[in-house]
Design a protein around this ligand. Structure first.
Ligand code: UD1
Length: 422
């Protein structure tokens, strides 16, 4: 098994280029199913989740030519409509093929994703919305069997809860449905804006992009023809590097980043004593002399993102004073707490709130990554812990961070990927 060995205490300096957003690329890749013509995607991050979804497309019969940050995809030849357990169990976001497969082919089978380390993560809202659009859905042997022999039709969808994946599935399904679909209480993350713009650029009329109410006029079964899509910068990767600057008290610059998308993280880091120089594509963080404590609550965009909660907890672990961090989106997203405490943090958990009492110093230890963002919080803590921190189970990190150790090494961190027994 691979792990990361980090010798903490090094100051960072220089600049890091932010990769394309995994969470934007995944729905964009799924949306290519809406087309029977070739489409090119650029600025893809080099992470496992992207390769997994591209593999799923090839298993469906699509042709994929993927190298580096670019993929040419031709979903004209798709002949299978089944997303198998082997793939969906590796990556929950495979559920994003449900809407586009169903709306283009009138039937599909997608394995149920099941729960994961951060919570149950049901897909009931995706299914309910597709049923409202005329789908017949049955769950058998761990698979969602969905049918719409006469195609899907437009509907008024009111989501009980704001769901990113649910909104994406419905937007894609609505793009080729008959008539108009309205989504009330839609998610409005930048990743959803990118998906809507890709579909709108293909000639589908979408109103309300970037708001909580979307109206989509479907093509009544006509496949779309997409222009080349350049994936937006990864706001979570960017936020993680800002936290790397904050926790190591180093001045670093992020290139190819959209500051607007990470406003909530910037605001919180400002309240912790950091300051920033922001230009169109770059951000420089000037660290706090003394890290101040922070209070934050995770909430939907443009609020503070749950995907940054663990990294901020690592920074707060070294603040002068007590921080309160409340997780509102996922019921079990605190697996990093006990690992951070193994590094000497003083965090007390009650329900969905963590009280983080800042300490003067963290100390290196072996720690276990439990999910993608928790893993990066452990790496951040390792950057400042004295001695050696070994972060294990880094396959989680490889799912979503493009060359994390390469980028951190280039900034001056002492971080090496190792293999047990070597
Ligand atoms: C996406 C992101 C993930 C991020 C999350 C919240 C991707 C690939 N993943 O996940 O990184 O942490 O948004 O910003 O983009 N829910 C239901 N029923 C449903 C769907 C969701 O109850 O049918 C609940 C979830 O359990 C969760 C909340 O709604 O408590 C939000 O989940 P959702 O926005 O759907 O997250 P994902 O799309 O899975």
């Amino acid at each position: 098994m691979q792990y990361l060995e980090i010798r903490g205490g090094k100051k960072l300096s220089g600049s890091v280029t932010i990769s394309g957003a995994k969470n934007a690329a995944l729905p964009v890749i799924a949306a290519t199913i809406l087309s029977d013509k070739p489409v090119t995607l650029t600025n893809l991050p080099d992470v496992v989740d992207i390769r997994t979804l591209l593999k799923l497309l090839t298993m469906l019969g699509g042709k994929v030519d993927h190298e580096g940050t670019v993929a040419h995809i031709d979903n004209g030849p798709i002949s299978s409509h089944k997303a198998v357990y082997e793939i969906v169990s590796q990556m929950r976001a495979s559920i994003l093929v449900l809407g586009p497969l169903l709306t283009r082919f009138g039937e599909c089978e997608v394995s149920l994703p099941g729960g994961c380390a951060i919570g149950q993560r049901p897909i009931d809202l995706h299914l309910k919305a597709l049923e409202a659009m005329g789908a017949e859905i049955a769950i058998e042997s761990g698979y969602v069997h969905a049918k719409a022999p006469h195609g899907l039709h437009g509907a008024k969808i009111i989501f009980d809860k704001i769901t990113v994946g649910g909104t994406e599935n419905v937007v894609m399904a609505a793009a080729m449905a008959k008539g108009t679909t309205t989504i009330i209480n839609a998610a409005k993350e930048p990743e959803i804006v990118q998906l809507c713009e890709m579909i709108a650029d293909a000639g589908v009329k979408i109103e309300g992009i970037g708001s909580n109410e979307l109206t989509i006029e479907g093509t009544d079964g006509r496949p779309l023809a997409f222009k080349t899509v350049e994936i937006i910068p990864d706001r979570i990767e960017a936020g993680t590097y800002l936290c790397a600057g904050a926790i190591t008290q180093s001045e670093i610059t992020l290139e190819k980043v959209n500051a607007e998308h990470i406003r909530a993280s910037i605001d919180k880091l400002e309240s912790m004593g950091c300051s920033f120089d922001i230009s169109e594509n770059s951000i420089t963080i000037h660290p706090a002399e003394v890290i101040k404590p922070v209070n934050l609550i995770t909430i939907e965009y443009p609020g503070f993102p749950t995907d940054m909660q663990a990294q901020f907890m690592a920074v707060a672990a070294l603040a002068e004073g007590e921080s309160l961090i409340e997780e509102r989106l996922f019921e079990n997203r605190f697996m990093h707490v006990s690992e951070l405490n193994r590094l000497g943090a003083d965090i007390w958990l009650k329900g969905s709130v963590a009280a983080v009492k800042g300490v003067d110093q963290l100390h290196g230890a072996d720690v276990m990554a439990t999910d993608l963002r928790a893993s990066s919080a452990l790496v951040l803590a390792g950057l400042v812990a004295d001695g050696v921190t070994n972060v294990r189970r880094i396959y989680h990190l490889d799912r979503g961070y493009d060359d994390l150790e390469g980028k951190l090494s280039a900034l001056g961190a002492d971080i090496v990927r190792k293999k047990d027994g070597k």
